[in-house]
Every structure is written in C-alpha cells, then in structure tokens.
Design a protein around this ligand. Structure first.
Ligand code: AMP
Ligand code: GLY
Length: 424
C-alpha cells in the first residue's frame, strides 16, 4: 500500500513509526512531517490544508490511502474534497468528512448530537450575540464555576472556566459581541461544570464496525499539580488505573455504542478515529468533548500499545471490512513525557539544537516540534519531543521515560516531573 500521512506532530511521528512496521506497506510519505517522521518515510513539503497540492502529489505518486492526523483539514472538508473529485475517487481517506468532523468542529453540534442520542454529558444551552441577554439569565441560574465554550475551533483556547459570575458574563459578551475567538465564538455553549477525573478513549470505525483502542490520560496544564495555562498536552499514560473493567464497560455501553449507532442513525458516514474526552463523575462517564482524530500526546502511548498491523485496520476502514480485522494490544503500560520549549504555551524560541537523541536506548523518542537542520536536529515548536517508554506497570514505564528525558538537552527545555503521579 502506498500511504500519505498528513501532519507534523508527535501524533504523526507515532503513526508513521507504526505504519512503517506494516507488512503491507509499499511506501510512506508524510506531509509535512518532522525530523522524526523522516526516519520512517519520506517527508513532503506540503501543507495539510493545501488540498490541490495534496491532490497533485497523490496522483503523481499513486497513493492508495491518506491518513489525516490533525483536525483542521478534516473540519475543512478534505474527505469531501476527495469524494467529489473523480481523479481521487479510488483514494481512501482515514478521517471523517466535514459533516462528521462537526463532532469536534462545533461544540453545539456535538452537544445536540449527545442530547439526541442520550449520551451522558453536562447540561448546556447555546447562545449567539442576539441572545446575549438570555445567556446572562442562564448564567444567573447556574452555580459557579461557569464553563463557556466557543462553538468552533479555537486552537485549544476556546474553553473558559470562571469562578466569578460577573467575569463569566463579561467573557460571554467578549466572545459573542466582541468576537474574542473570531468566528469560532459567534456561538457559545454554556454548560454545567463537572467535577471529576478526566480520561480519553479512542475508537476506530468504518461507519458500521468499530474497534476500541487502549484508553489514556493526558496532562494538559503546563505546571506540576495541574496548575497554570492549558497546553496541547504535557504527557500521557496508558492504561488508566481507575478505568477498571466495570467503568470501561460503562464507557462502551453508554458512550461508544450510542455514538457509533447515533452517527449511523443520523445518516453520517464516519470513517476514522473518534476521540472521546471523558470525565469520571462518581464512577459514571460523561463526555466532555469529541475530537475527530487521535489525541496528541495520547497517540504516543496508545499506538505503541497496539500490536496489530495498523495498515490492516486502515484498510478495513477504507473497504468497510473493519469487523473482519483482528486487533491485539500490548499488556505492558506506556508513558510519555513531553519536553517543551521554555516559555511554552506562551512565547518561546525556536531553532535550538537538540543533544542526546542518539543516546536513548530504553525509550522511543517521538518528535513533536523538530526540524532537520543539516546533520543536527533543532526545535521548531512549543512541544518538542514526546519521550515514550514501556514498562510492566506505569511506575516502571515512567521511570524509564524520566531517565531518558534526563539524557536529552536543548536550551531552555522544560518538562513536568509529575506525569502519572496522580494515578499511580
Ligand atoms: P474541551 O476543549 O472541551 O476539552 O475543554 C477543555 C478542558 O476544559 C477539558 O479538558 C476539561 O478539563 C475542561 N472542561 C470542559 N468542559 C468541562 C465541564 N463541563 N466541566 C468541567 N471541566 C470542563
Ligand atoms: N491531548 C488532547 C488533544 O489531542 O486534544
């Protein structure tokens, strides 16, 4: 199979690492990729949203399947673009179409979907600038803390959780009337605050059958003890100790099955990964959000625990035969610790040379924000490296990840020292 993978983060490095092991792989290209993906395939200098450029590349290189890493091209309709184009009709896309990607692209769409299909989630209402007064009244009737969510994609910054009622009202006005997040906040979902511990679950589906992948927990805040600004994710572990078989069964029956069936019932053909952002409230799972792709850095612990051939699963998605494919998992635990550029998630510097990568033997170093710089590797993003390890348990895996992190250096490198501590 000739494969094009879109994206350039740690998620895409982990996917390319796994795809490269497939017995049915002929050639792998990654667009645009990073200094890590180039060890598993050929990096192509194309942007993930350059659909015409991608089309030309696919035709020229006889690509059979396109795997879409990030949400942007999905929400922008890359799958629809392929379906509408005769020249691309035979090329399979792993990733949902524009309508299905609304599960991530519109909070209101996702909430309405969950309400329609009785999927447990926080109570909510949606407002626009024309219903701002009703939004204030809705906030008056709720208890602190107040959860405000920009409807559209806002680069992970569109959720505000506020203690103070007046501040919540001011932010609601900022979002709706003053376009704080641009078009993304032209609608705002206000929802009930849920108190509990979060975890993420993942499914791959061809629209009918689905396979559940290992669950994971990520660490979103920059600071230890879950303090400070939100980031893309500072580390992850899998499995999640509190997700015992009873709880996982609840997730399957109350969330996963109703979601896959609900999509089908709504006439939405969903092909690809579904990411369930969940919260455990007194041993009941609630959906915080859906994403239409794999998580990052969750992929860096979930995919290493997949033993089966990932291209076999992708082929199942492409040909509606996922039900016939076998999926096996590694019993070992996996952890990943993210090394980031000093200053991230605010201003940070790029172009720092990374040292020590070749000395790592006990971990897999997935590149998140790196670029090849002649013979060396340099930083090119906020999140730079995801250092993944296996262990007989999480404690052992984490110990290895931290030992490896200790051997890698770049100027102003930062990482959290408490990944996994809360669940050990
Ligand atoms: P989201 O972008 O929807 O994942 O929200 C970002 C983060 O805000 C989540 O990971 C949660 O930590 C938090 N969050 C979102 N919605 C709620 C809620 N209803 N109750 C409590 N925390 C929430
Ligand atoms: N780690 C959270 C995400 O990928 O959205």
């Amino acid at each position: 199979m000739r494969v094009l993978l879109l994206g350039s983060g740690g998620r895409e490095h982990a996917l390319s690492w796994k795809i490269s092991e497939s017995s049915i792989l002929e050639e792998l290209f990654i667009a645009p990729g990073n200094a890590g993906t180039k060890n598993h395939g050929k990096n192509i200098n194309l942007s993930v949203n350059d659909f015409e450029g991608i089309k030309a590349f696919i035709i020229e290189n006889a690509i059979d399947i396109v795997v879409v890493g990030p949400e942007d091209p999905l929400v922008n309709g890359i799958a629809d673009f392929f379906e509408a184009d005769e020249a691309l009709a035979k090329v399979a896309v792993v990733g949902p179409n524009k309508e299905a990607a609304q599960l991530e692209g519109s909070k209101d769409f996702a909430k309405e979907f969950m309400r329609r299909h009785n999927i447990p989630t926080a109570k909510y209402a949606t407002f626009t600038k024309d219903t701002l007064e009703a939004g204030y009244a809705f906030l008056d009737a709720m208890k602190s803390p107040y959860v405000l969510k920009a409807d559209g994609l806002a680069a992970g910054k569109g959720v505000l959780i506020l203690e103070d009622l007046d501040e919540a009202k001011a932010e609601l006005k900022n979002m709706l009337a003053d376009a704080k997040f641009g078009e993304a906040s032209s609608r705002v979902v206000i929802e009930q605050f849920l108190d509990g511990v979060e975890l993420s679950c993942f499914v791959i589906t061809d629209g009918d059958a689905y396979k559940i992948l290992p669950e994971a927990k990520d660490y979103k805040r920059i600071g230890e003890g879950d303090k400070g600004l939100n980031t893309g994710g500072m580390g992850a572990v899998s499995p999640v100790p509190f997700a015992n078989p009873t709880f996982l069964d609840k997730i399957k029956n109350q969330v996963i099955i109703p979601t896959v069936k609900g999509l089908k019932a709504d006439g939405i053909k969903y092909k690809g990964f579904i990411f369930f952002g969940l919260i455990n409230v007194k041993n009941e799972p609630y959906v915080i959000e859906y994403n239409c792709r794999m998580g990052d850095p969750e992929t860096e612990v979930v995919i290493p625990r997949l033993k089966s051939d990932i291209l076999d699963l992708f082929e199942g998605v492409a040909t509606n035969t996922l039900s016939e494919r076998d999926v096996q998992f590694d019993e070992r635990s996996a952890s990943t610790v993210m090394m980031v550029s000093g200053g991230y998630p605010e201003k940070y510097q790029k172009g720092k040379q990374i040292f020590g990568l070749n000395s790592i033997t006990d971990s897999i170093v997935f590149h998140a924000g790196t670029t090849p710089d002649g013979p060396v590797v340099s930083t090119s993003g906020g999140r730079v490296l995801a250092v993944t390890s296996y262990g007989k348990d999480l404690k052992t895996a984490l110990k290895k990840s931290y030992e490896s992190v200790g051997k890698i250096e770049f100027e102003n490198a930062f990482f959290r020292r408490d990944i996994g501590h809360d669940v050990l």
